[in-house]
Design a protein around this ligand. Structure first.
Ligand SMILES: *Cc1c(COP(=O)(O)O)cnc(C)c1O
Length: 459
């Protein structure tokens, strides 16, 4: 079958046959999807020839930018030599060996072993089994509960979706037992009147402590969190939050799981978000940026003190056909080579990160913007009808979606979460491209503001 060429024909086929993730496919079919045909650097090209600045790195993953021949070559070479073999029954292969060793070098010192998966969701499913196995082997089988946070995102499978704190997902699927959600450190949206960011950070962190006490430490296995909540709207915690969480995790007999699927591999200006915030996880979850999205791959790093116990337990009855897929591991190795050679992590910390933050912060003065946090290369714009009173729009999500659509019309990809616009551009973005990104974001805010005024949503 040869594919038809026109945008209209492609849209019709998509509408006839494709169920889209996290979408109202019926509404989408009426509107028609935007069809992306190629990409280079930070720029996407659609089927009508528009060039669009990708402010989201695909889905937070294309950290080294599009069009990297080096990764393409590494994958092709590996596919010719050995396109597939498994890592189950007493076998392994060179790409998995090399990547495992490389990850042990790049991650914090407590980590020397990795379990490979195909995605972030599979990684978090793996985490649940690892954590429970760990306490079973230690003869503490009552320790089953994993504490997570409301509005967290840990993936989309039944178990990972249960770990996450997204109620619209819970509403559509059964939720697994023994997951408890506590408050998120979302100062702008959830602090009390008069509370300072630091007071709020401490209060939300201490919800972990009081929940452990209320349920009984003998029943709590772990606490899982993203360093910065990504899909929840880029929630950057107040400075007091992570040190207090770290103290609580140190004092209690629980494992701390850092879900680094977004924050890992340079996003916050360190290799991993836990380094930016000074926490010491026992388990570190990876996906997305590990290959810059060129191939699907995930992994779970397990700290030595946990591995030492797991190794006493005999068979671990868990694995995926594509755990450590050779071509995906080859993509990861080539991706990490680029990151090291081009010093992309340092670039985020010392160059483009501070530059974007300075430009982005000027958007906080816009009448529609409540706050404009930016850390490394991940940030947000909280849209509000009332900056001073920190109020939300009556019909949550309407303004955000409208702004997201304006942004797309302005050829800038930003995503909307409720009434919060979010960005996470590729780590290779240049100063000139940052200027362009911020100019398009400002244009988007102006258009949204004008329309919101017209509709009587703001004064
Ligand atoms: C995207 C994401 C996941 C899920 O990864 P998939 O590869 O989509 O399964 C898990 N955790 C976080 C923090 C994520 O952002």
């Amino acid at each position: 079958m040869t594919l038809p060429k026109t945008t209209a024909e492609l849209r019709a086929l998509d509408a006839a046959h494709h169920l889209h993730p996290f979408s109202d496919t019926k509404a989408l079919n009426e509107e028609g999807s935007r069809i992306i045909v190629k990409a280079d650097g930070v720029w996407l090209t659609d089927s009508d020839g528009n060039r669009i600045l990708d402010g989201m790195s695909g889905l937070w993953c294309v950290n080294v930018g599009y069009g990297r021949e080096e990764i393409v070559e590494a994958v092709a070479t590996q596919m010719r030599e050995l396109p597939y073999y498994n890592t189950f029954f007493k076998t392994t292969h060179k790409p998995a060996i090399e990547l495992a060793a490389r990850l042990a070098e790049l991650t914090p010192p407590q980590f020397n072993r990795v379990f490979f998966t195909g995605s972030g969701s599979e990684s978090n499913d793996t985490v649940i089994k690892l954590v429970r196995r760990y306490f079973d082997i230690k003869e503490q089988p009552k320790k089953k509960i994993i504490i997570s946070r409301r509005n967290a995102y840990h993936g989309s499978t039944v178990a990972a979706g249960s770990l996450g704190g997204m109620s619209p997902m819970h509403d559509q699927s059964a939720v697994i037992a023994d997951v408890v959600h506590i408050a998120q450190p979302y100062f702008w949206g959830e602090a009390r009147q008069g509370e300072t960011p630091d007071e709020f950070g401490l209060r939300t962190a201490r919800a972990l402590e009081s929940t452990i006490d209320a349920l009984g430490e003998d029943r709590i296995a772990a606490f899982i969190a993203e360093p910065i909540q990504g899909a929840g709207g880029v929630i950057v915690p107040p400075a007091s939050y992570w040190p207090e969480i770290a103290r609580i995790c140190r004092e209690r007999d629980i494992l701390f799981i850092s879900d680094e699927v977004i924050c890992g591999f340079g996003r916050t200006g360190s290799w991993f978000g836990c380094e930016t915030f000074g926490t010491e996880p026992d388990i570190l979850v990876m996906a997305k940026g590990i290959t810059s999205g060129y191939m699907p791959l995930g992994g779970v790093m397990v700290a030595d003190r946990v591995v030492d116990v797991l190794l006493q337990g005999g068979d671990f009855n868990h694995g995926y056909t594509y755990s450590g897929h050779p071509a995906a591991c080859a993509a990861a190795l080539a991706n990490l080579d680029i990151m090291l050679r081009e010093k992309l992590v340092e670039r985020v910390a010392n160059d483009v990160g501070p530059y974007l933050k300075a430009q982005w912060s000027t958007l906080a003065e816009h009448p529609l913007v409540g706050e404009a946090p930016m850390m490394g290369l991940v940030g947000a714009l909280e849209l509000t009808p009332d900056k001073i009173g920190r109020t939300k729009f009556a019909d949550v999500g309407k303004v955000g979606t409208m702004a997201r659509d304006f942004s797309f019309q302005n050829n800038l990809v930003m995503r909307a979460v409720r009434d919060r616009l979010i960005i996470a551009p590729p780590l290779v973005i240049s100063h000139g491209e940052i200027d362009e990104l911020v100019a398009r974001a400002r244009k988007t805010l102006d258009a949204t503001h004008a329309e919101a005024k017209r509709l009587g949503w703001v004064n």
